[in-house]
Design a binder for this molecule. Structure first.
Ligand SMILES: *Cc1c(COP(=O)(O)O)cnc(C)c1O
Length: 402
């Protein structure tokens, strides 16, 4: 469906066009070249890391990050249930089983549930190979606590920072937490290379291994010699040039998104039962703004609001549907082997592979994301705000003046 005002349209212009042309004319029209090297250096600086490896997607980066930390068949990987499917898909690519951890009120992995999951899964005699927290909608997870728990069990932490480039926590940039982190430069993220991703880390062995696996695991000899299964996951030099032009504008983009967040927050303050999702905006890159509607306090539910905004040409989306509720990862039920399609499936059943507290399901039911893109004009933002306030005035309740 096409909306007049969309959630997060890419913002590209003359700077990006010039960068692409420059790369094209240089003759480096391949997944190798100077733009790629520079993009990696700039990403490493922006995220406080020693190394960055630019890849064809955030999903590819997650896949390689898991492989580089020896995640494989039979392993369990703890990941946030409140995320985009790519997080869990990458776990399944390695042959490991995702185990879903619910969130706290910020939407990020609840460290208490993580600790409980370690106790439960360890008692079952299963090997936990990695923890993958997600920085939801651009808010950095509580890595101090998460890494302390994972360290206690000798398990690496791979940060899915696909959504949080430019964010920070306690003054440290997104991407610098855990053993390594990944980013996405897909078309809807805060910066885009039209499609792309990166793995960042401080360990040269990991970075070298990721680069090697991303280029078909070719041995450094003149003929084609292979000792491992490789992948074709490198980013094109052309797209790296586009990524560099976007990275140079990251601060500007985040400031614009923060301003949009502030204006939504003002509306929430006016009415009962509507709140900005995720708590305060400290350190947030404000990639997407979402609201949570409490139907009892607000006097309306989020579905009615969403339907009205859609009717007016404004795009909204529910928050990520939790992974433990997704058919592909849920309890497969009684299995008739003859009827089973040959495909990856998380097993054993769902109840054995999640640690839940109900928070993600609540957010999925009551939350929607609102247009948040840095490319929105002032006029478009005013239009959305007018629609939102109009609906709330008609169906909701203004806060009593104290
Ligand atoms: C976008 C996203 C990804 C995947 O990135 P792609 O570049 O689209 O492959 C992974 N995890 C999260 C949380 C994301 O939002």
């Amino acid at each position: 469906m096409n909306f007049a005002i969309s959630l997060s349209k890419p913002q590209v212009g003359p700077a990006e066009e010039a960068a692409l042309l420059r790369a094209f004319r240089s003759g480096w029209v391949a997944p190798a070249g100077p733009e790629l090297d520079l993009f990696e250096q700039e990403l490493a600086v922006a995220t406080g890391r020693q190394h960055a490896v630019a890849l064809s997607s955030g999903t590819a980066a997650l896949h390689l990050a898991l492989l580089c930390h020896d995640v494989g068949p039979g392993d369990v990987v703890f990941c946030s249930t409140m995320t985009f499917a790519a997080t869990a898909n990458a776990v399944v690519y390695t042959g490991a089983t995702p185990y879903f951890i619910d969130c706290d009120e910020t939407g990020n992995m609840d460290p208490e549930l993580l600790a409980a999951a370690f106790d439960t899964v360890r008692a079952e005699g299963r090997r936990v190979a990695a923890v993958v927290p997600v920085d939801l909608l651009g808010k950095v997870a509580d890595y101090d606590t998460i890494c302390r728990i994972a360290d206690r069990h000798g398990v690496p932490v791979i940060a899915d920072s696909a959504e949080s480039l430019g964010a920070s926590r306690n003054g440290r940039p997104a991407g610098c937490f855990g053993n390594c982190a990944i980013f996405s430069f897909n078309g809807n993220k805060i910066i885009t290379s039209s499609g792309g991703g990166a793995l960042v880390c401080d360990d040269k062995t990991i970075a070298d291994r990721a680069r090697y696996l991303a280029t078909q695991a070719r041995q450094p000899v003149s003929h084609y010699e292979h000792a491992d299964i490789g992948y074709n996951y490198r980013l094109s030099n052309l797209l790296a040039a586009l990524g560099r032009a976007q990275l140079a504008r990251l601060t500007e983009f985040a400031a614009r998104r923060r301003d949009i967040r502030r204006r939504y927050r003002q509306v929430c303050e006016e009415f009962q039962g509507i709140e900005i999702f995720g708590g305060d905006d400290v350190g947030d890159n404000c990639w997407l703004s979402a609201i949570i509607v409490d139907p009892v306090l607000a006097g309306f539910d989020v579905d009615g609001l969403a339907a009205t905004l859609h009717g007016l040409g404004t795009e909204t989306r529910p928050l990520w549907k939790p992974m433990h509720l997704q058919p592909v990862f849920a309890d497969p039920g009684p299995i008739n082997p003859a009827a089973q399609p040959r495909r990856h499936r998380a097993e054993p059943p769902r109840s054995a592979n999640s640690m839940l507290n109900g928070t993600s399901e609540h957010y999925f039911r009551c939350g929607i994301t609102l247009p948040s893109g840095s490319g929105l004009s002032d006029r478009e933002i005013s239009t959305v705000l007018r629609q939102l306030v109009g609906y709330a005035r008609q169906h909701g309740k203004v806060h009593a003046i104290a």
